[in-house]
Design a protein. Structure first.
Length: 152
C-alpha cells in the first residue's frame, strides 16, 4: 500500500483517527543487525552471534529493540507523506513498547494511526502510532507514538 499523501500541513487536522498502511515488508537481515550493533556498541550475543543464539531462547539472533524503534523513521514516510511544507522535524516519541522479538531474516511491516494533530509553535504537531509486526507473529514487535512537527 502507498503512503497517504497530505497536500499541506493544514490538511493534517482532519486526519485524527485515520488508519494508515500497511506498508510493504522490510526483511531484517543479519547485516543490518550487525551495523546497528557497531553503531551503538551493543554487541550482545543474542543479536550478533548466530551460533550461540541458535541455542538461545529464540533459536536465532534477534534485532535490537532500539533497532526496531529506529525503523519508525523508515516506516513513517511510507505511511503518511506531507507535501508543501517549509520544514518538518522529528520532535520525539512516546509510549514505546517491544511486545515481541524480531528474528533475523523476518519480514517486518507497519501500520499506523493518526492519534492527534494540534497547533504547535507556528506549525502542526502530528502524533502517529506506528505498530510494527513480524509476518506470522500474533503480537506486534514494536509500538511507538511518533511525534513530528510540520511548518507551513
Amino acid at each position: 500500500m502507498t503512503a497517504l499523501i497530505v497536500a499541506t500541513p493544514e490538511d493534517l487536522k482532519a486526519l485524527t483517527g485515520t488508519k494508515l498502511g500497511p506498508t510493504e515488508a522490510l526483511v531484517i537481515e543479519q547485516s543490518r543487525i550487525d551495523m546497528f550493533a557497531d553503531a551503538t556498541g551493543d554487541h550482545q550475543w543474542i543479536h550478533v552471534d548466530p551460533e550461540k543464539a541458535a541455542t538461545g531462547p529464540f533459536g536465532k539472533t534477534i534485532a535490537h529493540g532500539y533497532l526496531s524503534l529506529s525503523l519508525a523513521a523508515w516506516f513513517l514516510p511510507r505511511l503518511i507523506t506531507v507535501k508543501s511544507f517549509s520544514m518538518g522535524v522529528n520532535y520525539g516519541v512516546e509510549n514505546v513498547r517491544f511486545p515481541a522479538p524480531v528474528p533475523v531474516d523476518s519480514s517486518l511491516s507497519a501500520e499506523g494511526e493518526v492519534i492527534s494533530v494540534e497547533d504547535f509553535k507556528g506549525g502542526y504537531k502530528l502524533v502517529v502510532r506506528i505498530t510494527m509486526q513480524v509476518e506470522g507473529q500474533t503480537r506486534p514487535s514494536c509500538v511507538v507514538d511518533t511525534i513530528s512537527v510540520f511548518y507551513p
